[in-house]
Design a protein around this ligand. Structure first.
Ligand code: 13P
Length: 257
């Protein structure tokens, strides 16, 4: 059975307690759109306050350390996130790969740590403009995913429950450029084939593949109508309930049509 569309707000480094009212508004609106799973990944400092109040939305984090505890000043473990109320963690975002030099092996170690702490994982992938221009986008993304996704097996359990993949072409984030529906469908189709190869027919076909290249109220309906798009990882447009819920509603309407 197909899973509900998954609409996740990545607040990045935005939000103080003044944003709690926005989270409340998102939570209230999400209660009216039960056909869609709505989630927010706020900065660490807001995970617990949002979790404590939320009735419908799920709260997650934007990163975690790959070890359970230790002398890692400034880092945070998956178990601490779970303790604060997080249910998932975004890993391998291009901003962390670029600004913090995170490599695939580290991202896989983080994914294993997150799963061990009971969190679900949203694993990000995506190519740069240069890679796309030389025609290597598909090979790059597949290699990235193969090296960073957790391995199938007992520890992972049901991959479709525990894993989500987010395709975020770097060249379409904050650049004003956008991928066409054909670009998105082609890449998501390739990712689907890889997931089936890695996790088998049943689970590989159920894992949701989110699109995350600057999804906005204006392009959401087109994105959700694209084959193999199971939701969205939304940056800037998730910072207000008004714009974020237009996107969630577009996903709900695609389910109806
Ligand atoms: P924007 O939606 O702000 O372009 O960000 C996309 C993204 O990086 C989501 O993780």
């Amino acid at each position: 059975m197909a899973q509900r569309p998954y609409i996740v707000g990545n607040w990045k480094m935005h939000g103080t307690r003044a944003m709690l009212s926005e989270a409340r508004a998102i939570d209230r609106a999400a209660q009216r759109h039960m056909k869609v799973e709505v989630a927010i990944a706020p900065p660490y400092t807001l995970i617990h306050p949002i979790h404590r109040e939320a009735e419908q939305i799920v709260v997650g984090a934007q990163d975690c350390h790959h070890e359970a505890e230790g002398a890692h000043t400034g880092d945070i473990s998956a178990a601490m996130l779970a303790d604060a109320g997080a249910k998932f963690v975004i890993l391998g975002h291009s901003e962390r790969r670029q600004a913090h030099g995170e490599k695939d092996a580290l991202i896989r170690a983080k994914a294993d740590a997150a799963l061990a702490a009971g969190l679900r994982v949203i694993l990000c992938c995506g190519e740069s403009e240069e890679t796309r221009e030389v025609g290597k986008a598909v090979a790059f993304v597949k290699r990235q995913l193969k090296a960073s996704l957790p391995e199938a097996g007992e520890e992972l359990g049901d991959a479709s429950e525990r894993l989500t993949v987010a395709y975020e072409p770097i060249w379409a984030i904050g650049t004003g450029k956008s991928a066409t529906a054909a670009d998105i469908a082609a890449m998501h189709g390739e990712i689907r084939a890889l997931l089936v190869e890695l996790y088998g027919d049943v689970q590989g076909n159920e894992i949701r593949i989110l699109y995350g290249g600057s999804v906005k109220p204006e392009n959401a309906a087109e994105v959700f109508a694209t084959p193999e798009v199971g939701g969205a990882l939304v940056g800037g447009a998730s910072l207000t309930a008004d714009s974020f819920m237009v996107i969630a509603l577009a996903a709900a309407e695609t389910e109806d049509s």
